[in-house]
Design a protein around this ligand. Structure first.
Ligand SMILES: Nc1ncnc2c1ncn2[C@@H]1O[C@H](COP(=O)(O)OP(=O)(O)OP(=O)(O)O)[C@@H](O)[C@H]1O
Length: 259
């Protein structure tokens, strides 16, 4: 868990970001700041540029213009690896879990712990330590599962989502980005995932969540950012906003403007 004294003020931010794909100007002037310990909800109509923004923050795409900040420092990201090394991870919409592997194996996918073998040869996977660390990561977020050895395909949708969130948190030091984390879930499981977002923020990380579930995201977020045709149309505290106001801004009316 992060130490408050050493926590950066800004976990992650993109300022005045622009990105063009051929003839499509996906982003022209988009700015989002995610402070440490806060949940920021990113809203926007289809094609507004939300996924493009996330992919710029993750190093999947490279920006044409603007500034990226991670952990209070201005950075350049050339790959996903660059973002990961700065402590940024993502819970993707498809969760990117291997269904036939256990919870533990999914939590360590690509990060397996090995002990050195005899004569310095490749070591064996240290399963005991993997289980202990996975268990601690899940407990920190108060996630309860039937077993760590169960295959992910035998968990409920909400439990799978929780494993994906815990995995991202385990490998993040700075910020966790979430792309539609409740899209495939029922009401009760969505509430559990929203509670999880708050726990992640309370652990000191910045959380940026892209969502079409406006009522739930408004409830869980500290700040709301709305993109409209590739530009930031509104950045405001969630507490003062209603769903109709958000929808108006998403479709191009400013808050307070007569329809
Ligand atoms: N790799 C790409 N190549 C070409 N055009 C792209 C690419 N990625 C996104 N776009 C275009 O950029 C614009 C913004 O797309 P983006 O996926 O970022 O929007 P979004 O807000 O995430 O939409 P949705 O809610 O529908 O997922 C769209 O017009 C889209 O067609």
């Amino acid at each position: 868990m992060s130490n408050e004294a050493t926590r950066p003020e800004i976990a992650i931010a993109g300022r005045h970001l622009a990105k063009r794909f051929g003839h499509v100007q996906a982003l022209s002037d988009a700015s989002i700041t995610v402070p440490s310990g806060k949940v920021v909800a990113l809203f926007g109509d289809n094609g507004a540029g939300k996924s493009t923004f996330l992919k710029l923050l993750l190093g999947i795409y490279q920006k044409d213009a603007g500034e990226l900040i991670i952990g209070d420092e201005q950075v350049e990201l050339h790959s996903v690896r660059d973002a990961q090394q700065l402590g940024v991870d993502c819970v993707y919409q498809d969760l990117a879990l291997a269904p036939d592997l256990s919870v533990v194996d999914n939590m360590f996918l690509g990060h397996e712990l090995t002990r050195p073998g005899a004569l310095g040869w490749a070591g064996f996977v240290d399963r005991k330590e993997m289980e202990e660390r996975a268990d601690a990561a899940l407990r920190n977020l108060s996630i309860k599962l039937p077993s760590l050895r169960v295959a992910v395909q035998d968990l409920s949708g909400g439990q799978r989502q929780a494993v994906a969130v815990a995995r991202a948190v385990m490998w993040s030091r700075t910020a966790v980005l979430m792309d539609e984390p409740t899209a495939a879930l029922g009401a009760r499981q969505s509430e559990i995932v929203c509670d999880l977002m708050r726990s992640v923020a309370e652990s000191g990380l910045g959380v940026l969540v892209v969502s079409h579930d406006l009522p739930r995201a408004l409830k869980v977020a500290d700040t709301v950012n709305i993109l409209w045709r590739g530009k930031t149309a509104l950045e405001a505290p969630a507490a003062g906003l209603t769903v109709p106001e958000v929808v108006s801004t998403m479709v191009g009316y400013q808050v307070g403007e007569a329809a």
